[in-house]
Design a protein around this ligand. Structure first.
Ligand SMILES: Cc1cc2nc3c(=O)[nH]c(=O)nc-3n(C[C@H](O)[C@H](O)[C@H](O)COP(=O)(O)OP(=O)(O)OC[C@H]3O[C@@H](n4cnc5c(N)ncnc54)[C@H](O)[C@@H]3O)c2cc1C
Ligand code: FES
Length: 253
């Protein structure tokens, strides 16, 4: 784990209100895995003790990319960081996705900004596994398909792709999914993950899910990020240290 001041190279608004921040951080970019995250101190002015966690969105040589929208003060400052300024980042943190295993097709399931970890995931698995991406949002403005492959889209208002939620889109494609040897990798809002959990249990699909919660330290010290476990070994797990990626069957969502 490194803590370093990373120079900001670029901040791009890739889509309506969605930002991509590119920083230079070779120590981290050379070892970080898809699904791991960084804890970012956006500014000394904003709750100085509190960092903000962000998934690694993509990696390109010495560059790391973070994807976010403006939720509050921290992300607002981050979106307006000038080129050449520095941000204090801590990482890599968390476990990341387990990409190995006896499956042929990786099925990405994401809602809204849950798409953030999957450009790097897609880059890493390309040429090793087939990839199918099921991406959902409330309306077309919430559907983020940046650097994803073989995308099927769902919107609840029907403004793009299938009309309904992304789990209903999976149901619609059940024959396709059952015809392949798949493993599902997911990230998104809690209602989506709950529905996905029932879908995976019903259809006996293996699924890893990247979870989110409020965090402080980001590496297992403050105990502030527990998630209820259904494993026999532990009653609670820490999202920052044991996760953020879990087998969907192992945690209460
Ligand atoms: C492991 C992990 C990975 C993450 N990866 C990403 C990512 O790649 N891209 C991204 O945009 N966000 C990601 N998040 C969420 C991100 O950390 C928050 O959006 C960010 O901390 C908000 O900071 P802020 O100062 O702008 O907002 P704050 O001022 O802290 O909060 C503004 C409002 O947003 C709400 N809020 C804050 N965090 C969350 C959250 N996690 N979910 C729902 N509501 C929230 C607050 O309750 C408040 O109402 C991740 C979170 C975790 C735990
Ligand atoms: S955020 Fe401190 S233990 Fe997880």
């Amino acid at each position: 784990m490194f803590i370093l001041n990373a120079p900001v190279e670029e901040t791009i608004e890739i889509d309506n209100r969605i930002y991509l921040l590119k920083v230079n951080a070779l120590e981290i970019s050379s070892i970080i895995k898809p699904g791991q995250f960084l804890n970012v101190r956006v500014s000394e002015r904003v709750s100085p003790l509190l960092r903000r966690p962000f998934s690694v969105c993509d990696v390109d040589g010495e560059h790391l990319y973070l994807m976010f929208n403006i939720m509050g003060e921290g992300t607002n400052i981050l979106a307006h960081k000038p080129k050449g300024s520095e941000i204090d980042i801590l990482g890599p943190l968390g476990n990341g996705f387990n990409l190995g295993g006896d499956y042929k097709t990786a099925v990405i399931v994401a809602g809204g900004l849950g798409a953030a970890p999957f450009p790097y995931f897609t880059r890493t698995l390309t040429g090793k596994k087939d990839i199918l991406s099921f991406i959902g949002g409330r309306s077309k403005d919430d559907v983020i398909t940046y650097n994803l492959k073989n995308v099927k889209e769902a919107t609840e208002d029907g403004s793009r792709g299938f009309k309904g939620n992304v789990v209903q889109l999976l149901e619609k494609n059940i024959e396709l999914l059952k015809s392949k040897k798949i493993k599902i990798f997911a990230c998104g809002p809690t209602p989506m993950l709950r529905a996905l959990k029932s879908f995976c249990i019903k259809n006996e699909f293996d699924c890893e899910v990247s979870t989110e919660c409020a965090m402080a330290c980001g590496f297992g010290i403050c105990q502030g990020c527990s998630i209820e476990s259904i494993t026999e070994q532990e009653k609670y797990l820490l999202v920052c240290k044991d996760g953020p990626v879990f087998n969907i069957k192992d945690v209460v969502i």
